[in-house]
Design a binder for this molecule. Structure first.
Ligand code: ATP
Ligand code: MG
Length: 138
């Protein structure tokens, strides 16, 4: 078993899709170990996506991620990081496989409904970014 950090992004919470996305994630076999709703500050969004600070889309991404509430979640499953990336599909919903979360719920490459950690090291960092140790004991 391992854990990954998922986020339902502000486009999806604003569209009223959060419940359907959570149901989709549970039906795909992930156990939710922690969950909260938070509206990121600019500093928090900049820090979370610091790896992309040199990219042309960084300012726009930060504006999007602070535009409304996010729902970060700790998900647990066998090979959770890879399996969750498979379940959400490609970054651009136009390229996401049928039945993936992004194909079903995302609007564009930026407003793409969900986040998923891309490595074990980043999953650890991102889980700790949103949840204290006591919130993760289960
Ligand atoms: P995430 O890290 O959110 O799970 P990802 O790993 O599929 O997504 P990254 O390359 O890490 O994709 O990009 C982080 C986020 O930045 C994307 O999810 C998307 O919201 C935004 N993004 C990425 N590329 C672009 C782009 N070319 N134009 C606009 N926004 C982009
Ligand atoms: Mg990424």
């Amino acid at each position: 078993m391992n854990q990954t950090l998922a986020i339902i992004k502000p486009d999806a919470t604003g569209n009223g899709d959060a419940g359907r996305i959570i149901a989709h994630i549970e039906a795909a076999g992930f156990v939710i170990r922690a969950l909260r709703m938070v509206t990121l500050t600019e500093a928090q969004a900049r820090a979370f996506y610091d790896v992309h600070r040199e990219r042309p889309f960084y300012q726009s991404l930060v504006a999007f991620m602070t535009s409304g509430p996010c729902i970060p979640m700790v998900l647990e499953a066998e090979s959770a990081i890879r399996r969750y990336r498979d379940a959400i599909g490609a970054t651009d919903p136009a390229e996401a496989a049928p039945g993936t979360v992004r194909q079903l719920y995302a609007e564009s490459k930026e407003r793409n409904a969900v986040h998923g950690s891309d490595s074990a090291e980043n999953a650890r960092r991102e889980i700790a970014f949103f949840f204290s140790e006591s919130e993760r004991i289960g």
